[in-house]
Design a protein around this ligand. Structure first.
Ligand code: UDP
Ligand code: MG
Length: 351
């Protein structure tokens, strides 16, 4: 029972009560067929539904299931990070909890890993049951990231992947706050390959990626792996400067030839002013995105706060990388039944 797992499966959970039991059933069926020891690490990212209890019931009935409960919602990439931090397998598999990534594909990932690859990522060849908005934005996003980043981040590839312990150890040493995990794994290197799969539709519930989370995620991806927005400023500056040099004689000649009416009014000035301000603010926004992320690093807060864990040994909890707070004693007894996370909101009121 206490044998070290060969495979660690990590699934982030944010309000997935309709998926947890089936996720466990399908993963255990697939993983049992390998005839090797495995563990399933479920990370509760501040769920407000019954996910927390359901996870702990699974952990109580099967010692291979281990759970981590965050003190609040820290976001998908952070939840995956915590899961990775707690793993002990030779190979780590990241998978979404909504069964969009079919667990059966894990066997193909394992096969490629055994053939000698350190990272085996799953590439989506079809996306079922997602809105056209999601499909188009995702397609554009992956292609843009591919173009402007310095590392080769494969297109149409999410976090569904297998990583060798060597890669996981490097990843565990990368403690940046704004995390784009698929980019970070590409950055690490070693031998990487992909397998194609068909992305299913969500089994139950709705997407947990709100538009604002998607925008944040895209900004993290860009700022983590590219200086492109900073570098294009110089081209815009050259272009505008060049236009200005051209405009001086043109305006002068038109004015001399056609009289005071040309470029005499304020309208042109106002329009140009608005246009240039828009350009400047656009770049200032990007600059701000980088500055804010520098500030995140300078503050050096923990990446996440763990309120509770189940199924890990003390030495596993002690071996965590830096930048993590795991609460082991709390005066208010944690009871997911009695105090749902959202009651915090009522307590936090302005005086
Ligand atoms: N998720 C999370 N925290 C969040 C948002 C999402 O842990 O703040 C989890 C979610 O429970 C799921 C995975 O991340 O297991 C992917 O989320 P989702 O399916 O909503 O994203 P989509 O597939 O629509 O991009
Ligand atoms: Mg999903």
């Amino acid at each position: 029972m206490s044998e070290t797992p060969r495979y660690s499966i990590v699934a982030p959970i944010y309000n997935e009560e309709g998926n947890i039991d089936l996720l466990y059933a399908r993963i255990s069926e697939v993983m049992d067929s390998t005839n090797e020891p495995w563990e399933l690490i479920l990370v509760n990212d501040g769920s407000r539904d019954r996910s927390a209890e359901m996870m702990d019931v699974l952990a109580a009935n099967d010692p291979r299931v281990k759970t981590i409960h965050f003190a609040r919602n820290f976001g998908h990439q952070t939840a995956v990070t915590a899961g990775i931090d707690f793993t002990s397998g030779d190979a780590v598999v990241l998978i979404d909890a909504d069964l969009q990534d079919p667990p059966e594909v894990i066997l193909e990932l394992i096969e490629r890993w055994k053939a000698g690859y350190h990272v085996v990522y799953a590439v989506r060849k079809k996306r079922a049951g997602e809105s056209w908005f999601k499909r188009i934005t995702a397609k554009l996003f992956y292609r843009m990231i591919y173009r402007i980043t310095d590392v080769d981040i494969p297109v149409d590839t999410g976090d569904f992947r297998l990583m060798d312990r060597a890669v996981v150890d490097v990843l565990r040493a990368m403690r940046e706050h704004n995390r784009f995990i698929r980019g970070m794994t590409s950055w690490i290197g070693f031998k990487q390959t992909g397998v194609l799969y068909e992305r299913d539709k969500r089994h139950a519930g709705e997407t947990k990626y709100t538009l604002s989370k998607m925008v944040r995620f895209a900004m993290d991806a860009i700022t983590s792996f590219s200086y492109f927005p900073l570098q294009i400023m110089i081209y815009v500056s050259f272009t505008l400067g060049f236009l200005a040099v051209l405009a001086i004689p043109v305006v002068a000649i038109l004015r001399l030839a056609l009289g005071d009416g040309f470029f005499g009014g304020q309208a042109t000035t106002i329009v140009l002013l608005l246009l240039l301000s828009a350009f400047q603010l656009f770049f200032l926004f990007f600059l701000g995105q980088y500055v804010a992320r520098i500030y995140d690093e300078a503050r050096a807060r923990p990446l996440y706060v763990v309120a509770d864990t189940h199924g890990f040994t003390k030495s596993q909890r002690d071996e965590l990388p830096g930048g993590v707070v795991v609460v082991t004693h709390s005066a208010a007894k944690l009871n997911h039944d009695q105090v749902p996370a959202h009651e915090h909101e009522m307590e936090i009121q302005k005086e």
